[in-house]
Design a protein around this ligand. Structure first.
Ligand code: FES
Length: 203
């Protein structure tokens, strides 16, 4: 076990990890309206989420999931699956990893990215529902933009690096290799780094 005394799992996280809610038990017989799969099983984490939707009200009436993720991913997604039932698609679409972490009573910064899996899978399931129901205009594609041309690093990569723990430019370089050739991207990357740290960690 870790000797790190700076962080202890909240009771809520322990509860959701030990008794995860809304696990998808029987995939073959579950009739869903939207399905999302994110992550890569080869990297050790993958998440599937399925939703049922009240098509008149555009409200999520059920949400099930399964994952090969860590304890934080399991607890985060269990909680997420509870809070989205009864929620409008629009509102559920905009739940952030930070919202989930706050509901759980806090996650250590280096674990916030674990809660990203659940919220990405949820958006993917909602997108799937929109696709199948003639609502493509509601899909908000993740628009990424290249910040470091030399190393092909996007703003989205920078945001992910922040969620994985990067806080300084050096740490950002360790995660992405950004700025290691001509260096022209440094100023913009530093601005984005600051913005994403503020956005996700209020710093
Ligand atoms: S643009 Fe980033 S190193 Fe050249």
């Amino acid at each position: 076990m870790s000797q790190n005394k700076e962080w202890v799992y909240s009771e809520k996280i322990k509860d959701h990890f030990i008794h995860p809610r809304n696990i998808l038990e029987d995939e073959a017989s579950y009739k869903y309206d939207g399905k999302g799969i994110v992550g890569n099983i080869k990297c050790g984490d993958q998440m599937m989420m399925v939703i049922k939707v009240d098509k008149e009200k555009n409200i999520i009436t059920d949400c099930k999931w399964k994952t090969y993720g860590c304890a934080s991913a399991i607890a985060s997604t269990s909680l997420l699956s509870e809070i989205v039932i009864g929620m409008s698609l629009d509102k559920a679409y905009h739940i952030s990893p930070k919202d989930i972490a706050e509901e759980l009573g806090g996650l250590p910064e280096h674990k916030i990215h674990c809660s990203v899996l659940g919220d990405k899978a949820l958006r993917s399931a909602i997108d799937d529902y929109y696709m199948k129901n003639g609502m493509r205009d509601k899909i908000q594609k993740e628009k990424s933009r290249i910040v470091c041309q030399c190393m092909n690093v996007t703003d989205h990569d920078i945001e992910n690096a922040v969620l994985e723990g990067a806080r300084t430019f050096l740490e950002l370089q360790e995660h992405t290799k950004l700025g290691t050739v001509c260096g022209q991207c440094k100023d913009e990357a530093e601005k984005l780094l600051k913005n994403y740290v503020e956005k996700h960690f209020n710093k």
